[in-house]
Structure formats: C-alpha cells, structure tokens
Design a binder for this molecule. Structure first.
Ligand code: ADP
Ligand code: MG
Length: 238
C-alpha cells in the first residue's frame, strides 16, 4: 500500500500550464522530497495527488488503481500543511480525533488511535491542553497526529516546518524521519530547503517550472547532478 504513479499528468490554470506532461513513480514506503524554488509547482503537484485539484489531463494511480476521479477523502492519503489549522477551542485529544469523529468511527477505536498517535509523537501528557497552550513544535506534532490517526497509505507534507524557527526545524526534521522509519509508510515531503531535502530524502525530485530536472538519491544528485540547475540547487561544485 502506498505506491503512487503519475502518468502524463498536466495541470493548467487558465491558459498557463503549471505542470507540463509529467511522469513519476513513488514506491511504497519511500520518503520522497519534492524540492525546487518558490512557484515551481510543488504544492500543485501535491494537491493533484491529494485530489484537492483535478488534473487537466493524465492519470494518477494509487496502488495501481486510477485515483483521478476519486474524491480526496477516499484516496487514503493524509496531508499536513504548514499552517496547522488546529481548532483553538478543542483539546489536543479532540483535535487529533477530529477526522475519526467525522468518519464516525466507534469511540473505543477513536481513543485507541489517538492514544497510539500521542505516544508516537510524545504528546501523551498534552492531550487535555488546548493548542494555545502548546509550543510551535508541539502544535505541528498535533497536526501530524491528526494525519496519523487516519492510518493513511501515504502522508503528504507541504512545507510543514516553514513556520518554525531554525532550531525547532532541525528537531522536527529528525522527528519526521524517525516517524517514517517507525511507520514505514510512503511520505511525500515538499520543501524549498535543500538541507531538508538532502537530509531527509530516500529520493529527491528536483523541480523547476513544473519540469522534473532530476530524480535520484541525495548522493546521486550530489555526485552527478544532471545540469547546472541541479548542481546549483544541491550545492555541489559542478
Ligand atoms: P510552489 O508550491 O512550488 O511554490 P505552486 O504549486 O504553489 O508552487 O504554484 C505553481 C504555479 O502555479 C505558480 O505560478 C502559481 O502562481 C500558480 N498557481 C497555483 N495555484 C493556482 C491557482 N489556484 N490559480 C492560478 N494559478 C495558480
Ligand atoms: Mg508551495
């Protein structure tokens, strides 16, 4: 569970083609980072995979099934945004359980999943607090908790750390990598930060103006950048 395939995916807004025909395969369990400058189409690509935007043409397969016409809630994916959009009047417990309440899961199952997510994210002692009583890093963990309880086949992160200060970012980077090891679930992580890409990824997809410039492991990109753009972006002297 969690293999995602894009076949000739195109996205246009009005008459502007933001994503030209694009092919990409993300293997089950892989930590894939989409990296590229602001405006290159990273969020659009993630939103297409999540189903928050419709493809103009082309196909998105999730575990071999055509997902193009499947609504976001039925794709089995969970998205984590940079603005965590927690409900300020609800406890951490209720925030994390929110998608499960919407899905009308039995109360015991909701509790079980919330406790489990809280334990993984070190939030057990904070379940009865409100978001306003948490640090930025803890709030981001609550947002991740809300994704975990859905038990998705893949997590989609859109610059989840960009609102945090530098020191906290380093810690959260490690935590997300740990989480990936622990859950062994597909994760797609969007960032414009080369360091995040190089330290977190199994596979990096370098984007420029909607085009894939190169796909490879951090080491491959560092050692053999395909062109000056990739070299400059990854920061190796070529
Ligand atoms: P990134 O996440 O890499 O910064 P985006 O995917 O947000 O880039 O945007 C890629 C391009 O698509 C940008 O030129 C942006 O202005 C344009 N774009 C994104 N969403 C819309 C939209 N809903 N309507 C029109 N243009 C959009
Ligand atoms: Mg973006």
């Amino acid at each position: 569970m969690g293999k995602i395939t894009l076949q000739k995916v195109v996205k246009t807004f009005g008459n502007v083609q933001v994503i030209p025909p694009l092919d990409l395969t993300i293997e089950d369990g892989e930590f894939t980072v989409f990296v590229g400058p602001s405006g290159c189409g990273k969020s659009t690509l993630l939103r297409l995979i999540a189903g928050l935007e419709d493809v103009t043409s082309g196909t998105i397969l999730i575990d071999g099934q055509d997902a193009t016409a499947v609504p976001p809630a039925k794709r089995g994916l969970a998205m984590v945004f940079q603005s965590y959009a927690l409900y300020p009047h609800m406890s951490v417990r209720k925030n994390i359980a929110f998608p499960l309440r919407m899905a009308k899961l039995p109360k015991e199952e909701q509790d079980r999943r919330v406790e489990q997510a809280a334990s993984v994210l070190n939030l057990t002692d904070y379940l009865d607090r409100r978001p306003g009583q948490l640090s930025g890093g803890q709030r981001q963990r609550v947002a991740i908790g809300r994704a975990i309880v859905r038990e998705p086949s893949a997590f989609l992160f859109d610059e989840p750390l960009s609102n945090l200060d530098a020191a906290l970012r380093v810690g959260m980077r490690l935590e997300i990598s740990e989480l990936h090891k622990r859950l062994a679930t597909t994760m797609i992580y969007v960032t414009h930060d080369q360091v995040e890409a190089m330290t977190m990824a199994d596979k990096i997809v370098v984007l420029q103006a909607g085009n894939i410039e190169q796909v490879g492991s951090p080491l491959e990109l560092y050692r053999e950048p395909r062109n000056v753009f990739v070299a400059g972006f990854i920061g190796s002297p070529k």
